[in-house]
Design a protein around this ligand. Structure first.
Ligand code: AP5
Length: 209
């Protein structure tokens, strides 16, 4: 299945994509992770993206559409995938329609107050992108997958988080209506515990088959 995970910053798209991709044995295509890798490798795309990401703004559509198009053409995407964080604008959604046939769009819905708490307490592995939260880490400071020291993302600082939420409501939330009209949208309450959200997402995907 070709799946989109919609939802505001901090809704749990990355957390859920990791679980579901493992269960369905399909790749997770995270534009945020791809852009952060491009910044770390100092590529031309990374240099273009950095200023926007640091400010909590969206990277220009043409930059993101180009990297997704290239990624979806790779062999491992031919049996299905989860798009995590793409599309984020109507322009991106329209471009995607010309590249791929989408089978299901899962909207992970969470109230803004919860998102601010999740994002300000998030720590991530800079190596594999696995997300953690300080509330559950205790004394642990390294990634359980690869042992790398966890970091706080630059765009998880308080003022940038609020900016990202404003951008989400203005530019990305209209996609809920876009995909509702296309008959592809499944909404899931993502304020529940992670395991409950995973079960709800799997049920939503089953209903889309
Ligand atoms: P990106 O990396 O995609 O960030 P985002 O969409 O803002 O999403 P996040 O990664 O912040 O949150 P998430 O929903 O994945 O939540 P997570 O699972 O980590 O994008 C970053 C930037 O790149 C953008 O701002 C933009 O500049 C640029 N960009 C990316 N894609 C773009 C595009 N298509 N177009 C233009 N620009 C683009 O969980 C968050 C925290 O909550 C974690 O600590 C986690 O442990 C915890 N948590 C998760 N689920 C639960 C739960 N159920 N209960 C309690 N805690 C939970």
């Amino acid at each position: 299945m070709n799946i989109i995970f919609l939802g505001p910053p901090g809704a749990g798209k990355g957390t859920q994509a990791k679980q579901i991709c493992e269960k369905l044995n399909i790749p997770q295509i995270s534009t945020g992770d791809m852009l952060r890798a491009a910044i770390a490798n100092q590529t031309e795309t990374g240099l273009k993206a950095k200023t926007y990401m640091d400010a909590g703004q969206l990277v220009p559509d043409e930059v993101v559409i180009a990297i997704v198009k290239e990624r979806l053409a790779e062999d491992d995407c031919q049996g299905g995938y989860i798009l995590d964080g793409f599309p984020r604008t109507v322009e991106q959604a329209e471009a995607l329609s010309g590249i791929a046939k989408i089978d299901a769009v899962v909207d992970l819905a969470v109230a803004d107050e919860v998102l601010v708490k999740r994002l300000s307490g998030r720590r991530v592995c800079p190596q594999c992108g696995a997300p953690y939260h300080v509330d559950y880490l205790g004394d642990v400071t390294t990634c359980k997958v690869d042992g790398t020291t966890l970091i706080q993302r630059d765009d998880d600082k308080a003022e940038t988080v609020l900016n990202r939420l404003t951008v989400y409501h203005a530019k990305t939330a209209p996609l809920i209506d876009f995909y509702q009209k296309a008959g592809l949208l499944r909404s899931v309450n993502a304020a529940d515990a992670p395991e409950a959200v995973t079960a709800a997402v799997l049920a939503a995907l089953e209903a889309s088959r």
